[in-house]
Design a protein around this ligand. Structure first.
Ligand code: GDP
Ligand code: CA
Length: 315
C-alpha cells in the first residue's frame, strides 16, 4: 500500500510520525514556500522540521530545529549586525544548511539534496520537496513603511503575524514544476492524505505548483484531509491569521471548503474533524468526527486509520 501525505512543517511532521507506523510506503510532499536564503545559506524550514522530527533529532519543546542545539554562530552574526537578526540559526542546523547550499550550488536539485540529507537521518518515509524550483511565500502587508511584500519568515518570525496583512503570494509558483517524483508518487498512491497543516501557507503553496492539483484530481486514489482547526482555533501556529486573509472563517468546515469536495471538482473524498466540531457539515463531503489531538504517534496513527477508513482504504 502506498500513501502520499501533503505536509507543512511542525504539524506535518507530527502527523507523519503517525503515518510512518502504518504498514505502508509513505511519501510526504512537503511545502518549500517557507524556504529562505540568509547569510548565503539555503534554509528549508518545513523539510527540516519533517526530516529532524522523523529522524529523532528535533527539539521536542521548540518543535523546530535540533535537540541539544547551541547558538554560537548566530550570536556572532548578530554581533556583526548581519542581516535578519530575528531569525535564529542553530550551530547544528547551520551544518545542514551548509551541506544543502553547497550541493545546490554544485547543481543538484533540492530533491536530490533532500535525499542525501535523509541518508543520515533515515526518516523511514520518502520526503519530497513540492518543487525543485524556487518558490517563496510572501505576505503583502501595510505598516509604517507602507504597503509591501515581505518574506513569509519575516512575517511570522519577526512580526509574529501581528501586522495588517492583505494576502499571501507564492512567488515563482506559476513557473514552477512539481519536484522530482511528486507526480509519480501521486499517480501510484492508494490514498492521499492532507495533513492538519496550515491550509493557507503550508498546503496551498503545494497545490499552487502547476500539475500537483491536477495529478491529485486525476489519481484514482481517494483523498482524505484532517482538520488543523479544533473548536474554532488552530491548535498551534497562525492558521487563524492566515485564514483571515482569505476572508475564511476559522472553522473545520471552512477549511474543508477551501479544499472542496471531489464531487464538486475539489480534492476531498472525506474530512476528519474533532469531536468538538461534530456538527461541521459541508455539502457532498463525508465527515467523521473523532478526537484530533496528535498527542502520541500511536494516537496519530489511529486518526489516520479512521481517515483512511472513511474513504474506504484499509492499510
Ligand atoms: P508549520 O509549517 O511548522 O507551521 O506547520 P504545519 O503547517 O505543518 O502545521 C501547523 C498546523 O498544525 C496548525 O494550523 C495547527 O492547528 C495544526 N496542528 C498542530 N498540532 C495539531 C494537533 O495535535 N491536531 C490537529 N488537528 N492539528 C494540529
Ligand atoms: Ca512552515
Amino acid at each position: 500500500m502506498r500513501i502520499v501525505v501533503l505536509a507543512g512543517g511542525i504539524g506535518g511532521a507530527r502527523f507523519l510520525l503517525g503515518a510512518r507506523r502504518l504498514p505502508a510506503e509513505v511519501t510526504a510532499i512537503v511545502n518549500t514556500g517557507d524556504d529562505v536564503t540568509l547569510h548565503g545559506l539555503h534554509i528549508s524550514p518545513d523539510l527540516d522540521s519533517v526530516m529532524y522530527t522523523l529522524g529523532g533529532a528535533a527539539d521536542p519543546e521548540r518543535g523546530w530545529g535540533r535537540a541539544g542545539e547551541t547558538w554560537a554562530v548566530g550570536s556572532e552574526l548578530a554581533a556583526y549586525g548581519a542581516e535578519a537578526p530575528w531569525f535564529s540559526l542553530g550551530d547544528k542546523d547551520i551544518a545542514t544548511h551548509l551541506v544543502r547550499t553547497r550541493m545546490l550550488d554544485a547543481g543538484y536539485p533540492l530533491s536530490a539534496v533532500t535525499a542525501a540529507l535523509c541518508a543520515r537521518w533515515e526518516p523511514g518515509i520518502t520526503i519530497l520537496p513540492m518543487t525543485d524550483d524556487r518558490v517563496e511565500t510572501h505576505a503583502v502587508v501595510t505598516d509604517d513603511e507602507g504597503r509591501r511584500a515581505i518574506h513569509f519568515q519575516e512575517w511570522w518570525v519577526r512580526y509574529r503575524g501581528e501586522i495588517p496583512t492583505d494576502r499571501f503570494v507564492f512567488t515563482g509558483a506559476a513557473e514552477a514544476a512539481p519536484g522530482a517524483g511528486v507526480v509519480e508518487a501521486i499517480a501510484a498512491a492508494d490514498a492521499i492524505v492532507i495533513a492538519p497543516s496550515n491550509p493557507v501557507v503550508s498546503i496551498a503553496p503545494i497545490l499552487a505548483v502547476p500539475g500537483v492539483r491536477d495529478a491529485i484530481v486525476a489519481s484514482r486514489a481517494p483523498v482524505v484531509g484532517v482538520s488543523p482547526i479544533i473548536d474554532g482555533a488552530p491548535v498551534r501556529g497562525m492558521a487563524d491569521k492566515c485564514l483571515a486573509t482569505l476572508d475564511t472563517e476559522v472553522s473545520a468546515a471552512a477549511v474543508a471548503g477551501l479544499y472542496g469536495p471531489s464531487a464538486e471538482g475539489g480534492l476531498l473524498d472525506g474530512w476528519l474533524v474533532d469531536d468538538s466540531d461534530a456538527r461541521a457539515a459541508v455539502e457532498g463531503l463525508p465527515i467523521l468526527a473523532r478526537p484530533l489531538w496528535m498527542t502520541t504517534p500511536e494516537e496519530t496513527e489511529a486518526i489516520i486509520r479512521d481517515g483512511l477508513g472513511l474513504v474506504g482504504v484499509r492499510p
